[in-house]
Design a binder for this molecule. Structure first.
Ligand code: GRF
Length: 203
């Protein structure tokens, strides 16, 4: 069997993107496998998603570390111990230290529920509704030290309707996230998308 890229998913919550990634990896031809889930919140729903699929989990709470650097060092040793090659952040609510982000540059992806560079940070759907945009969506990007600012791998757009609430918009975008993230992971894992000199290159 050809080598499947050992991928870790970092989560803090619900884990619906984790579920979509696990599902995509079930395909024998998919170039990656989800080898580890790291979660910083003991009660996160996503942990049961991982357990149900038989994916090993590690709970690493940021609360037991004094600094971001120490927290990231614990994550990094768990990744190294599991021989992880790629990281997918999926609703992971911690900001990384610069060193960690630099170490994993080009090998760490994140999904964000807006068309970046619009609406970074939190309460993203509220930001989109308040701005009155007619189109929003989601973005998969490589992670760099600056929050939600890494080179963009893929985006999907959805309409925003005048009577949308945060919930209806979130649901419409989430359905796209679940398709976009596996597609982006596939490209990075098979090596047809790379980060080169700070830019995403499709080979
Ligand atoms: C998603 O909307 C993702 O874009 C954002 O956090 C949310 C995580 O949802 N970064 P889930 O835990 O994957 O269900």
């Amino acid at each position: 069997m050809t080598h499947k890229v050992r991928t870790a998913v970092l989560i803090s919550g619900r884990g619906s993107n984790l579920a979509a990634l696990i599902e995509a990896c079930r395909d024998r031809a998919f170039p990656a496998e989800i080898s580890l889930v790291i979660c910083n919140v003991e009660t996160a729903q996503g942990l049961s998603v991982a357990a149900a699929a038989g994916v090993p989990t590690r709970i690493i709470s940021h609360k037991v570390f004094e600094t971001r650097e120490e927290f990231d060092a614990a994550i990094d040793s768990a990744l190294t111990a599991a021989k992880i090659e790629l990281i997918c952040e999926a609703g992971f609510m911690r900001i990384h230290s610069d060193d960690f982000a630099r170490k994993w540059q080009g090998r760490m992806l994140n999904i964000h529920p807006s068309l970046l560079p619009a609406f970074k940070g939190i309460r993203v759907h509220r930001q989109a509704l308040d701005a009155g945009v007619r189109v929003s969506g989601c973005t998969v990007h490589f992670v760099v030290p600056e929050l939600d600012s890494g080179p963009i791998i893929a985006q999907a757009a959805v309409p925003v309707y005048p009577d949308d609430s945060v919930e209806t918009l979130q649901e419409r975008i989430l359905a796209e996230e679940h398709k976009l993230y596996p597609a982006a992971l596939k490209k990075v894992a098979e090596g047809s998308v790379v980060l080169r000199d700070g830019k995403v290159v499709y080979l």
